[in-house]
Design a binder for this molecule. Structure first.
Ligand code: 3HC
Length: 379
């Protein structure tokens, strides 16, 4: 089977980006949302992004038009999935919402359609049971912004047909991304198992150590070599996305996150981050904007507790054979833009110092910080 027609369900930050990069590789894409105004906003973002890429000579001005025209925005669901080969679902991270979407889809698609979910955290095997034919279901997880981030995690469910895994692997390569297979269908897969808990940990740092956000973020950026600070990245990703991912992950696995109430509070007060003008920080508009972080601010804080939590979750992924160490480092580089490998950072700090930090945190705040056996084995 050769994929030609793709339907992307949901036109938010991820949906419009996935539609755009698919359109940029020649696929005919239907982008579907429940209201025209959402689609109008999404198509504006596609235009902005294509023009940005043209400004940087990554594509030509003619291609801006051509790629834009490869996307058809549609409200009607029947029309959106007519003659489609692949549905990529990118609706908000809410199990009940996804359930109702799949129920509706199953009535109108034909038996050959591939279902791929861009869920951030929900187990694929669980989602696959929502359709009649779970062997046609797979996880395909992109990173924000999909236009720039090279990683796509592929998560097969227990019943996914191997031919579908191959088909999706080829699609990911065709859109010039790097596929990494998540060998176990765990909550949060690879990158979110590290990223989402870090947002909570950074919030704990503010209370426990009386720090400012800019100082913590500067330390993360300049001392841990992240491309953005954690609060900056959380605002950029969206506090709605982070809160929902937290809720769904925590429901399935209590060990993964030590929730901080600030994330729920920001979600409930609709301070979703950059897109709503306020999250942890305040913004001038809803467009791409960066926080003023500096090496001078970074020198005031040692982000060891943030490194310790990231290291512990990274180690958990290896101990539990979710991925190899090599795939993990590659995923963090391509999905979160980390410039230094996490296990190199651990070496730089010293394994014992990282373990001491976890043990200290465990004494004060409980078993969540219990060091993982892989990390212990590095001593
Ligand atoms: N399309 C095209 N261009 C874009 C763009 C888009 N969608 N978004 C931003 N840009 C442009 C900017 O406008 C800017 O252009 P300029 O040079 O003309 O100002 C340029 O790209 C970026 O340059 P910057 O100097 O501002 O930033 P960086 O060099 O740091 O790169 C970044 C930006 C790629 C976003 C980098 O900071 C990064 O990798 N950040 C981490 C992102 C990350 O971790 N993503 C994953 C989050 S987790 C997730 O998505 C999973 C989900 O399930 C929760």
């Amino acid at each position: 089977m050769t994929l030609k027609n793709i339907t992307v369900l949901g036109s938010g930050i991820m949906g419009h980006g996935i539609a755009q990069i698919s359109a940029m590789s020649g696929y005919k894409v239907k982008l579907r949302d429940i209201e025209k105004q959402f689609l109008d906003r999404a198509m504006d973002k596609v235009k902005w992004s294509l023009q940005k890429l043209a400004e940087k000579n990554k594509i030509t001005n003619d291609q801006v038009e051509e790629f834009y025209n490869n996307i058809t925005p549609v409200v009607d669901l029947n029309e959106a999935v007519k003659e489609t080969d692949l549905i990529i679902e990118a609706v908000p991270e809410d199990y009940n919402l996804k359930k109702s979407v799949y129920k509706e889809l199953d009535k109108i698609t034909d038996s050959k359609t591939i279902y791929a979910s861009n869920t951030s955290t929900l187990p694929i095997t669980e989602l696959s049971k929502l359709i009649d034919n779970p062997n046609r279901f797979i996880g395909v997880h992109f990173f924000n912004p999909p236009q720039l981030m090279k990683l796509v995690e592929i998560i097969p469910g227990t019943e996914t047909d191997p031919l579908i895994i191959e088909e999706i692997n080829n699609y990911v390569k065709k859109i010039r991304k790097t596929p990494i297979i998540c060998k176990k269908d765990v909550a949060g897969f690879i990158v979110n198992r590290i990223f989402i808990p870090l947002v909570h940990e950074a919030a704990h740092c503010l209370d426990r150590e009386n720090n400012s956000m800019e100082i913590v973020d500067s330390a993360v950026k300049y001392r841990l070599d992240f491309p953005m600070g954690i609060f900056e990245l959380a605002d950029y990703t969206g506090l709605d996305v982070i809160y929902k991912a937290t809720y769904e992950m925590n429901l399935r696995d209590k060990k993964v996150i030590l929730p901080h109430p600030k994330i729920k509070e920001l979600y409930e007060t609709k301070h979703f981050g950059q897109k709503s003008g306020k999250g942890f920080y305040e913004y001038k508009g809803d467009k791409y904007e960066r926080i003023d972080l500096s090496e001078e601010k970074a020198s005031k804080y040692d982000p060891i507790s943030i490194l310790a939590v990231a290291s512990n979750n990274a180690s958990w992924l290896i101990s539990n054979e979710v991925c190899s160490k090599e795939d993990l480092e590659n995923a963090l580089k391509l999905g979160m833009g980390l410039k230094t490998e996490i296990f190199k950072l651990i070496e730089k700090y010293g394994v014992q110092k990282v373990l001491d930090e976890l043990n200290k945190l465990k004494e004060k705040y409980g078993e969540f910080y219990l060091p993982d056996k892989y990390l212990l084995s590095l001593k």
